[in-house]
Design a protein around this ligand. Sequence first.
Ligand SMILES: C=CC1=C(C)c2cc3[nH]c(cc4nc(cc5[nH]c(cc1n2)c(C)c5CCC(=O)O)C(CCC(=O)O)=C4C)c(C)c3C=C
Ligand code: FE2
Ligand code: FE2
Length: 343
Amino acid sequence: MTDRDHLPVNHPPVKFGKVGVLLVNLGTPDGTDYKSMRRYLEEFLTDKRVIEWSPWKWYPILYGIVLNRRPQKVGKAYEEIWNHEKGESYLRTYTRNQAEKMAIAMTDLPNVRVDWAMRYGQPSIKSKIDELQKDGCEKILLFPLYPQYAAATTATVNDEAFKKLLSMRWQPALRTVPQYADDPVYIDALANSIEKHIASLDWEPELLLTSYHGIPMSYFEKGDPYHCYCYKTTRLLIDRLGWPKEKVMLTFQSRFGPEEWLNPYTDKTVEKLAKDGVKKIAVINPGFVSDCLETLEEIAGEAGEIFTHNGGEKFTHIPCLNDSEDGMRVLETVVRRELMGWV
Ligand SMILES: C=CC1=C(C)c2cc3[nH]c(cc4nc(cc5[nH]c(cc1n2)c(C)c5CCC(=O)O)C(CCC(=O)O)=C4C)c(C)c3C=C
Ligand SMILES: [Fe+2]
Ligand SMILES: [Fe+2]
């Protein structure tokens, strides 16, 4: 008698014994056209973890103004940084590459299957949990790809996965990967990428800005720990680089809406630095696992322009860790640690 002999005739096929690893990043539109952009932004901006205003206050603004104007404006920005060769955004390209490279690196664990999903847009977390289970995964390690925890990012990925579990008769065991803002492997990888990048220039930056995506100040005041994790990463990075702390600044970018967000703001800081006579700066985005609109367009593009238009001379953007060797070492180290006891 096998484990399957006692199944009723109509019982769906049962597979088990595997562990799934699901890498999840924020999301991305399917195209840069108005419809794709609107669909993506609507899913994103109706998430209560992202916009905490009451729907009574927010929806008239969202459906009356934001979703009529923003898809066009942001679609143009995406168009500038689109991976035309693959017909998709770089965030999608890098996330898929990370999953593929991780699967190859984990062949010593034959029961582990690695896949990827997006919180908004496709492929969805729900569809991937289904696929992993059909493939025999009784256990799933869910990895929100954010080194610094925030409710608007990490928690909403976890919520979505647990929402899927709510509807399942046979739930896989679900483990979530915690923040890794202070992991020495991550700090080391960031420091290496800075050192390598600067060594490739024929000039030396006077200042390094570590620019993180912001959140509204009110979220921080209500207890979100994100701000503290960002400061921790930058402090440890300065220690690892062995630089004087005056050479590194921490700023927040990507403000959205009229509220006050975490500050100092990246764009205002870059402008002030240039006006104050700083000539050469480098910017890194430690909170972004992969390059995306916010790093390629807003920092490499816009922030660079702001700096040079205001008297700055040299500006460089240090790429995210993406699917580089160092970047993969970080993701793999975190995954192997969190799989302990399961494999
Ligand atoms: C109130 C709105 C937003 C909060 C809070 C927020 C937090 C937050 N976001 C990221 C990472 C990313 N955000 C990206 C794009 C993006 N973010 C917002 C709004 C909020 N983010 C919007 C409306 C957009 C879309 C673009 C736009 O309309 O301006 C992206 C890039 C996605 C891509 O496809 O390239 C990332 C990544 C973090 C880490 C964070 C809080 C810590
Ligand atoms: Fe964002
Ligand atoms: Fe932005």
